[in-house]
Design a binder for this molecule. Structure first.
Ligand SMILES: *Cc1c(COP(=O)(O)O)cnc(C)c1O
Length: 355
């Protein structure tokens, strides 16, 4: 149990107006959680303070060597006025899996969840209530030694901030266009691709910019060695429905193990659909499309939940999926997952946790 000291803001911000689109990641609540770490002392001084800038020395290690890990989950307001988190123990565990990989000290899972709960409770009035809105929770860890030189830091900050968010795609659940990247890779097995570390995103930026310029909203990464097996999309895992089978790349060590991915696999199995976690090449997808057996493609992630894919551009080819319409499975998964998250659909797996 953490003994969290709370200092409330004396200057609360106005809540967003009801018609604010709550563009993802742009608005932050009144408070934040912070906790320090020092080698020999462990984690100490857990506190909730008014949301504020950090005061860090320019030599702070995270600025130079990127020793950082983050998480992402959401709190949802139910019709009855309660607040639910979705599988937060998964994020707590994954944070520690990521931390171990980049030499950041672990935080006990129950402390990670307690910090989220207390912060969300304090800023509960910031959870938006309109359709498809939620409170995005961003825990993160940074190396804070003021030191130039490559080694793990001796001091860290664990911080949690909150952001009310609207629908990830303001235009609705429309299929997105995806660019299959040939030149750059995001990661390789053995690197940090299966950790939720900021450095992975840095490696992805240039391809993302190039794809945007070409009119594509996301990049699909191929594996870094053979350059032919599908890995994942931007901040989402990817699924294909081919001839009734649901196929998603196996967790090979270079793919982020998404909580939404795991939930989708579980739901599909519940519904009696055949699920295969295995290697899938981009060629297999192109061939399925040619044969007319590519039924659906969708991405999964906390931010957008389910993102139907309308087309994939690979080399000179455009792989169209289902005439660019939303597939039935994508829709059913979106409705079921958001239904469970909002407490409207029976939560058979005990995924939601009351705040
Ligand atoms: C966070 C993330 C995902 C999705 O994970 P969820 O737990 O479902 O939100 C997928 N890929 C990458 C690279 C990510 O960072």
């Amino acid at each position: 149990m953490l003994n969290i000291k709370t200092t409330k803001t004396t200057n609360p911000k106005p809540l967003p107006e009801a018609d604010n689109p709550l563009t993802f990641g742009t608005i932050f609540t009144d408070h934040m959680f912070m906790m320090n770490y020092e080698t020999g002392k462990g984690w100490f001084d857990p506190r909730i303070v008014p949301y504020q800038p950090l005061n860090l020395d320019p030599s702070t290690m995270v600025f130079h060597y990127a020793q950082e890990v983050f998480e992402g989950l959401k709190a949802y307001k139910t019709k009855e006025g309660g607040t639910l988190l979705f599988r937060p123990e998964r994020n707590a565990k994954r944070a520690n899996d990521s931390n171990r990989r980049v030499c950041i000290p672990e935080v006990p899972e129950k402390d990670f969840i307690q910090a989220i709960r207390e912060l969300v409770k304090l800023d509960e009035k910031w959870i938006p209530e309109k359709e498809d809105t939620s409170l995005y929770i961003r825990p993160f860890f940074i190396a804070t030694d003021p030191f130039l030189g490559v080694r793990p830091s001796h001091t860290y900050l664990f911080i949690i901030i909150l952001s009310p968010v609207g629908a990830y795609y303001p235009e609705g659940l429309n299929p997105i266009k995806i660019w299959v990247e040939e030149k750059y890779v995001r990661t390789v097995k053995g690197a940090i691709g299966d950790s939720k570390a900021g450095g992975n995103y840095e490696a992805s930026l240039l391809a993302q910019v190039k794809a945007k310029e070409e009119g594509y909203s996301q990049v699909l990464w191929l594996d870094g060695i053979d350059r032919k097996y599908v890995e994942e999309v931007g901040a989402m895992n990817i699924f294909f429905k081919i001839k009734g089978k649901i196929i998603t790349p196996e967790l090979s060590g270079s793919i982020l193990p998404g909580v939404t991915r795991d939930s989708v696999i579980t739901l599909c199995k519940d519904w009696g659909l055949p699920v295969e976690e295995r290697k899938i090449s981009i060629l297999e997808i192109a061939e399925a499309q040619e044969k007319g057996t590519l039924e659906e493609v969708f991405g999964t992630g906390t931010a957008a939940v389910i993102s139907p894919v309308g087309s994939l551009k690979w080399e000179k080819m455009i792989i169209e999926v289902q005439d660019g319409k939303i597939g039935d499975l994508s829709k059913r998964l979106y409705d079921t997952l958001t239904g469970i998250q909002l407490g409207r659909v029976k939560d058979e797996h005990g995924w939601t946790v009351k705040v």
